[in-house]
Design a protein around this ligand. Sequence first.
Ligand code: GLC
Length: 473
Amino acid sequence: MVSPECAPFAETGGLGHMVSGLTKALANRHHDVRLFLPLYGFIHPQNDWFCHRDIPVYMGQKVETCQVYEASQNGITFYFIDAPNYFKDNAIYVDGPYNGERFAFFCRAVLDSCRALQWTPEVIHCHDWATGLIPVYCNTLRSCHPISSAATVFTIHNLQYQGIFAPSILSFAGIPFSEFHSTSLEALGQVNLLKGALYHATKITTVSPRYAQEIQTTEFGCGLDHVLRFKAGDLIGILNGIDTDVWNPETDPLIPSHFTSNNLIPKEECKKSIRNQFHLPHTPAPLLGVVSRICWQKGLDVFANVLPYLLNNTQLQVVILGTGDRNLENQFRSLEQPFPNQVRMISQYDSELAHRLQAGCDLFILPSRYEPCGLAQLYAMRYGTLPIVRATGGLADTVQSLNESDETGYGFVFSDLHNDAIYNTVHWAYRIYNEKHNLFQKMQKTAMEADFSWERSSAQYESVYQWAFNQRG
Ligand code: GLC
């Protein structure tokens, strides 16, 4: 498993959670899973981590070295690539061409470390553009490198981020210039690491079936839809699971009071504690949460435009947690003054508060423009917090909208990202909460009992690994 992020060591969002959850599930199924991460400046080697020293890394004309720290946790072997020239920064991603060099080095260091450790994996599972050169190396190194016999599975977590760099990165990485063409790494005169990965990976996955379809269209394809249509026979969407040990309302140590689908009463305590902390009055109105990166992808700009109308016409209380677009954060914050009893904007990435909000809210909103999978709506449902989402990607695949006539469904889903659609859907949820509380509770119970554990998805990944392995072998 090769990834730029893995919780709890390094994460900026869902990718880190997905990688740790899947790895854990595979180890539980008795696979020999070993995970490679860069040793970023903020990761400090522990005393019991073994250090493999002076591993040669063949970067183009130059031979560099790295150290590899080996740690073992819950049946998983972690390898941290220690190369201070590239990873002393206290950030996972940095700006500029250096970012490309960092991850090019990481990819090559992973392959050369496997060789040095004399371990040849059957399948290398790579995540997002930062690992895009691994499939390319495996195909271009061929007989010169023992690891290149491995099958590669490449997972797209977000097609928008492609890793685009000047062509000089090729000589830096030691990739033959013959790969600089439109059915490999080249796109619009630049090197596109994600595109290279799509052409070279043995199999491609993405994190929901719906997103696997969407990215083959011009609307969602981010300029690579033609590549994905061409590779459609090797592409499959598998829904992410969630770590149900970490996200468990019965045992979660981060929340003030524990509850189950059969006893939701203690959930009220969780709501009280949020209201107390943020000085919101205890009213009979529902509490709506946003736990998300604050950005365009998430459609929160449209929500911000609609919110004043919702606040004027209802007693709804809204707590927004996340960081991202400063202007958008300020737009939300500017509502605190005119609506002091109804809105709080908390500009932080705070996983403890995320747990407490997921537990303490009645409703949760994620109106994404596109959403490869989305994990926050799954966490919300597990905590009996009903999701209001736009029908796209993994949101469409995981949230079943309420049908009031037969009382099925456990969320509130709309299709178009328009002011009216958001307004009406939030208002609908508000009405069900106020006027049909039994139905609301029934929905909460169904949402909490829905199975989004890694069990099913990890079995699907096993099939993909087998499929890739057979093809490579
Ligand atoms: C990215 C996507 C998100 C997905 C996550 C994990 O963050 O934006 O939808 O859930 O990766 O796969």
